[in-house]
Structure formats: C-alpha cells, structure tokens
Design a protein around this ligand. Structure first.
Ligand code: ADP
Length: 783
C-alpha cells in the first residue's frame, strides 16, 4: 500500500468510526459551512446530509443565530479554546452536552443526549429545595453514616451549617448513643424503619431531644445509598413531661412527711436526679437569718462541701441579686444562660471565680416560697452545663413546686401547733385527779371505743392508756361484777336520753383493788342531734364512799341505840300521865303532855334515821297488802289534823283506787309530804290534796302555797341530806324525809316529783301503779 492509499484507508476508518458513533457530530469551516455531518447528527438537522454539505448553517437555519449554541461556537473559534456546555434543545425537547473543538479551519462539534441525567438532577434540585423548606430536620448519610445532606431544619436544630457537617459521621450528634446506633443499623439494613427518641447534643453543647424516623435511602435509580433521618425537636415536650413527673414525685414526697425539712431534702435529691445539677432550699428566719435546710448534688462530696461552705460564708443580705433579692423583693431570680463572659465581668475576686467554677453556674432559677404573703424560704435550681438551660416553663414548674412546698411547711406548722396543744392539754389533764375520757358508740355495746383517756387513768387503775383505747368497751369490762349490770344500764340510759348524768360504781384496778368512782358524763351528738358518743370525768370517790359508809354505820348504830332508851322514856311518861290523870296540877300535866310531843318527834326522827341506814344497807322491808288509796289519804289527814292546828287540809279530788303496797310506808310518804307542805308554808293556812287515776297509775298530789323550791334545787331534793340552803336555817329538818319517800315510791314501782314556783308554792306528786285485776290478792308479803 502506498502512503497515499494508506492515508485514504486511515481517513476511511476514522470516518467509519465517526459515522457509527452513537453521539452526534458535525464539522463547520471557519465561515460556518457544513463540512461533515454524521448519521446521528441528522436527527438534529432533520435534513439529508447531501443537502447540507457546503451550505452555511446560518442561512440554512436562520434561528440558529439567536441561540446560545451560536455564541459558544463563535467564542471557540475566536479564542481557539475548547468549549463545553450543556444546553436545552427545544426543537427536540432534549438536553445536550456539547463539546466544541476549534481549529484554524473550523469547528468539530460533538453532541450527546443528557436528557435523562438532567431530569434526575433537576428532580434532585427540586427535592432539595423542598427539603430546605421543611422545618423538620432531614439528614441523609451514606452507607458509612457520613452525612451527605443536611437541610435548614437540621441546621437550626443542631446549630451546625451544612458546610460544617457534611462529610462528618452522624454519631457526633449522638455521642452517648454510639452503640445503640450501631445496633440499630442492623435493623435498618434489614429494611426496618426505626422510630425513636434520641437525646442529642447541639454544636453549642446543649441537649436536644429529638423524635427521629430513620430508614434506608435510595437514589433516583432505586439504588441503596445510605440512610435518611427525619427528626423533630421534642425538647420542650420532654422537659415538660420531666417537670410534671418531678412535680408529681415531689408532691408525694412533701405530703408523705410532716418533717418538712427532711421532705425538702428528699425533694432536692429528686430534683438532682431529674432536672438539675444542684438543688438547695433555704429558710428565711425573722427577715434576717438564712438557714440552708436542704442541698443536693449528684456527687456527695460536693453536697458536703456546699454545707460547709454555706456555714462559713452566709449569703450577703445586702446583695442586689440572688437569695437576698428573692427574700427581700419576693421576686424570682432567673438566668437562662450564664455565659463565661458574664461571669468574667460580674465576679471580681479570684476566690469567688474559683468557687463559681467549682459550682458550675450555667443556668439558674431561684423561686420564693411564700406563706400568707411572707417569703419564708427559697428553692434554688442550678444547671452546671449547656445540657440544660432553663426556660420559662421551668420557672413555672419551680413556682409550682414552691407553692407545694409552702403547703407542706404550713401543714407541718399546723401539725406542730396541734401537737403542742395536744401536749399542753395532756399535761393539763394528767394533773386532774380524775380520768377525763371520750368514747364513741353506745356505752353498753361491745363496739364502743374509747378514743381518748387521760393519763391519770394509769395512776388510778394501773391499766395503760393504750389498753383503754385499743380494747372495745374497756370501761365496762373492769367494772366490779356486782355493779356491772347497773352501771351498764345507767350509762345506756344517759346515752339514750342524750342528757348529762351521774353514775356511781366500782372499778377493779389491774391489781384487783376495788375503787369507787363517780362518772359525770355528757352525750356527744351528730349534726342531726343523734347521740354518737359520750365524754366525761370519772373521779375516784373511794374515800368519800368509805366516809359515807362509816357515817351510815354510825347513824344506824346511834339511832338503834337511841331507840331503846327512848321507848323506855315513852313508857315511863305514859305511866306518869296515867298517874297524874286525877291530879289537879295542871302545869305538871301540861309538861308531861309536851314531853310526850317531843318524845314523839324524837322517835319519828330516829325512825327516819333508821330507815336511811336500812335503805343504805338494802334492808328496808315492805309489808305488802292491797288497800284503797282513799283510806290512806283520809287516815293521813286525820293524823295530821291531830298534830297541826295552823293549817286545814282540803281534799280537792279523790278516787277510790286499790293499790298494792306497804300501807304504812305509803302513809309515811303522805305524812311526810303533808308535814312539809305545812312546814314550808308558814304564811298560808291551807294545804290541798288530790288523788286521781291516770292510765295505769294513781297520782297523788300535795299542794301548798308556801316558799316554793328554786328550779336549780328541784332535781336534788330527793337526795340524802339535801336541803335548800337559803331556807335551811329558817326551818328545822335533816333533809331525809323526801329521800326516804322517794326510795319507798321507787320500790313500789312509782315515781315522785315536784313542780314548784319559788315564792308561790309547791306541788309534790307521787304515782303508784294500779294492779292488773288478777294480781290483786290482798295477801301480805315482804320484799
Ligand atoms: P327536811 O324538810 O327535814 O329538811 P325533806 O327531805 O323532807 O327534809 O325535804 C328536803 C328539802 O326540801 C327541805 O329542806 C326543803 O328545803 C325542801 N322542801 C321540801 N318540801 C318542801 C315544800 N313543800 N316547800 C318548799 N320546800 C320544800
């Protein structure tokens, strides 16, 4: 082959190659005439190659002059430098990548269709634009966790710009969670979507809580290229939750103890676990002294140091910030961020600077604790790092805690006051020589409970207060067996009536000693007036009872001893009276008659005293028979008439009624009432008597117009030796007549009572049961 043929062959090869090239290619001379157009270029020209070769591109395609293609070609020709550009080609709706290679003779232009790539690129551009407008944080990493995409949301959440972070590993945001992330990658690679809450660290060191959704990321061609993280900031929500949880725990702690100092120390410990690095509580005493009552730090040695430091260096109350401000101005001190710059300016001495750096002040809240408008304490929260900078929400939480702490302090004060009062009352009551008590429930029921009994009970009976309050119905179990039934009935009666009452019985001490007591009880009622309990004082009256018994014994013996000689004297007087029957010595006769009257009076008195001692000893016996009450009344009137000339006895009404009883004893009652009516109405001359039947009773009334009985004395008249003091000197008597009468009537199943107006007179009544027809047998018996 010659050189020429060799050259032709080579040119032929090149042309073949150009012809078969998948890209479009054509050549222009320096005047823009087509020299060569390959097969693929025809789709751009849409003309046959033969019709274009030698023709000028500008005349064949007049529009071409207005395109940027023309400008680039011109430039390449002019500068003789390669030009590369990408351009949209509207006639075919395609994107082209164009390479222009200039030479002195013209241009070689090389086109390739890049429409597909361009579309993907545009789509990505569009997506990025959208992602940047999404407020959520969106981060894309490659398979090795290196960040490849970082949107504006991520920038504002973590503080890093895209330039700063793209290319770095994502774990720098999740320091503490490195391992977890590694673990989770496996799950991600298995195609799972992970949704989780992560505590992340911002560029400035602050912690942010994110709620993140992570999944595999695929590019436009569907290839797995890495991971996409979509996260939102839930720090506020998380902190609010923590605050609520803390408040709930703190409230529980505060309300579960009455020792508020201890409770506040527990709250401080809790705060350190949940929200801060330091927590302290100071009390403000008398508007001048500050006492640190609680302090806590995660490291015990720092807590100890704080206590020691505060002991040696009390807070300066003249300061215009900090505790001094909170106490004096009742204001909250709140520093969301304490910068190093700020500290440099505000802290003067090296020592102070050292202390503050040891404490680590980064964010601070001090809230006042007020009680009735006065600041009594302050609670301090300190965060030592950027991890937690307090917000207004945290201030509100701290104020809420202060309100609860104030309640706790008030409760503790109230409890202390109540305790002191109780102590005082106990001291007072323990000095009362009697048992003060309070009980709930019916006194005769097993469910009755003593809920208070004064300590004197231990001295009196030997049983502890604990035994009294823990054993139901304890008081009755230790009553002397002989008195138990009566004492139980009397207490039940007082309870049922709902009125105050007195009951006497014997208690047996723990050592078995019998002690006479007198219980004065009142009834406790509920809002509707229903009795629910009793309270009262029970006094040891053993000595008094013993004295009374001795007195009764003496009266019994004395009256008995007097009765015998008196009977003899009476007999001698009767002999003397008979002997003097015919004697003209009127004076002597009169003296004997008078002696008889006094002897009778003395005899009556002694009989009464004997009756009293019989009643006391339970030995008053009755001779029962049935008789007409009308007869007894008439006989009593007759007997009275023989004794008294000052009054006449007027029967106002009478009924024949058979009763069963001791006729003499009933007559004794009537005589007593008539005698009193006469005795206590010296200014009048009439006494009235009436008998009438009412239901199953016959009621006898003796009325006078005498001095009357003051209301306050009326209920006591029927007690032994009771006399109305104001009139006792004016009228002789022993105060036992009504007592004996009352005992007689009671034993007959009746009642005795008085109605009286002071200064106007009295009416004494007594009732006797009317026997049911069959039981009237007239037979005498003793009881
Ligand atoms: P005595 O009359 O001997 O003192 P009683 O037991 O009979 O004793 O009476 C007790 C007290 O009751 C009397 O001391 C008197 O104060 C008062 N009393 C009794 N009956 C009357 C009456 N009819 N009018 C006023 N006071 C009376």
């Amino acid at each position: 082959m010659t050189d020429k043929t060799q050259i032709f062959a080579a040119t032929d090869d090149i042309l073949k190659f150009l012809e078969n090239n998948t890209n479009a290619m054509f050549m222009l001379d320096s005047k823009f005439h087509f020299i060569y157009i390959n097969k693929n270029a025809q789709k751009f020209t849409r003309r046959k190659v033969s019709t274009l070769i030698g023709k000028n591109i500008l005349t064949e395609f007049p529009q071409f002059k207005k395109t940027s293609f023309y400008l680039h070609y011109k430039e390449a020709l002019k500068t003789q430098k390669e030009v590369h550009f990408e351009e949209y080609y509207p006639p075919l709706d395609i994107w082209l990548s164009v390479n222009v290679y200039p030479s002195k003779d013209g241009l070689l232009i090389y086109y390739s269709d890049i429409t597909d790539r361009k579309k993907i690129e545009n789509e990505l551009k569009f997506q990025k634009l959208i992602l940047n407008h999404v407020s959520n944080c969106i981060v894309i990493t490659d398979k090795e966790q290196c960040i490849t995409y970082w949107n504006k949301g991520a920038e504002s959440l973590f503080g890093y710009t895209s330039d700063e972070i793209v290319g770095r590993k994502i774990v720098i945001l999740l320091e503490s969670l490195k391992n977890t992330v590694e673990e989770e990658i496996n799950a991600l690679n298995a195609g799972q979507i992970i949704e989780t809450e992560w505590n992340c660290i911002r560029k400035d060191g602050r912690c942010v809580w994110t709620k993140s959704r992570v999944s595999q990321f695929f590019n436009g061609k569907g290839e797995f290229t890495g991971y996409i993280y979509i996260a939102s900031d839930i720090t506020e929500q998380k902190n609010a939750q923590d605050n609520l949880l803390f408040l709930a725990h703190a409230s529980k702690t505060l309300s579960s103890s009455l020792d508020f100092r201890q409770a506040l120390q527990s709250v401080a410990d809790l705060a350190v676990q949940m929200l801060c690095d330091w927590c302290a509580v100071d009390l403000y005493h008398d508007h001048e002294n500050i006492e640190l009552i609680a302090v806590s730090h995660r490291e015990p040695k720092k807590t100890k140091w704080a206590r020691k430091y505060r002991k040696e260096t009390p807070p300066d109350m003249n300061a215009t910030t900090g505790l001094a401000k909170v106490f004096k101005e009742r204001a909250v001190e709140y520093y969301p961020l304490i910068t190093d710059e700020f500290l440099k300016h505000s802290v003067k001495t090296v020592r102070e600077r050292k202390i503050i750096s040891y404490i680590g002040l980064r964010s601070l809240i001090i809230v006042p604790v007020s009680l009735h408008g006065t600041v009594v304490a302050a609670i301090t929260f300190v965060s030592s790092s950027y991890k937690r900078l307090y917000t207004q929400d945290d201030v509100r939480m701290a104020e809420e805690l202060a309100a609860r702490a104030s309640l706790a302090i008030e409760n503790a004060h109230l409890y202390q006051r109540a305790e002191n009062e109780r102590e005082r009352l106990n001291n007072l009551l323990s000095n009362v020589p009697g048992v003060v008590w309070e009980s709930y429930g019916r006194p005769d029921e097993a469910t009755q409970r003593i809920n208070f009994v004064s300590e004197y009970v231990e001295t009196m009976l030997g049983y502890t207060v604990q035994e009294w309050v823990s054993t139901p119905n304890f008081w009755l179990t230790i009553v002397h067996p002989e008195d138990r039934e009566r004492a139980s009935k009397e207490a039940a009666h007082i309870f049922a009536k709902g009125k105050a009452g007195i009951s006497r019985f014997r208690w047996l001490s723990k050592k078995g000693k019998s002690i006479w007591v007198e219980a004065q009880s009142t009834v406790i009622k509920d809002d509707t007036g229903v009795p629910i309990g009793m309270r009262g004082v029970t006094m040891d009256i053993t000595e008094r009872v013993q004295l009374e018994q001795k007195k009764d014994e003496f009266i019994g013996i004395a009256s008995h001893e007097l009765k015998t000689p008196l009977t003899s004297v009476k007999g001698y007087l009767q002999i003397l009276e008979r002997k003097m029957g015919t004697s003209p010595d009127a004076k002597a006769k009169n003296l004997v008659a008078k002696s008889n009257v006094y002897i009778d009076r003395l005899s009556d008195l002694i009989s009464d005293l004997l009756d009293v001692s019989k009643i006391q000893a339970g030995k008053l016996l009755f001779n029962l028979s049935s008789f007409d009450i009308c007869d007894v009344i008439n006989e009593s009137i007759e007997a009275m008439a023989s004794h008294t000339s000052s009054h006449k006895i007027v029967v106002e009404g009478i009924c024949n009624q058979i009763v069963i009883g001791d006729k003499n004893r009933i007559e004794q009652v009537l005589t007593n009432l008539l005698t009193n009516a006469v005795k206590y109405s010296p200014q009048s001359d009439t006494v009235f008597i009436r008998a009438e039947k009412k239901n199953d009773f016959v009621i006898i009334a003796v009325r006078d117009s005498g001095i009357g009985v003051p209301r306050a004395h009326q209920k006591n008249l029927f007690q032994r030796f009771y006399r109305v003091e104001a009139s006792s000197t004016q009228f002789t008597g022993l105060g036992i007549g009504l007592y004996i009468s009352a005992q007689i009537i009671k034993r007959h199943g009746g009642e005795i009572w008085v109605e009286s107006d002071e200064g106007k007179g009295s009416t004494f009544y007594f009732s006797l049961p009317v026997p049911k027809k069959r039981s009237v047998n007239g037979r005498g018996s003793k009881r």
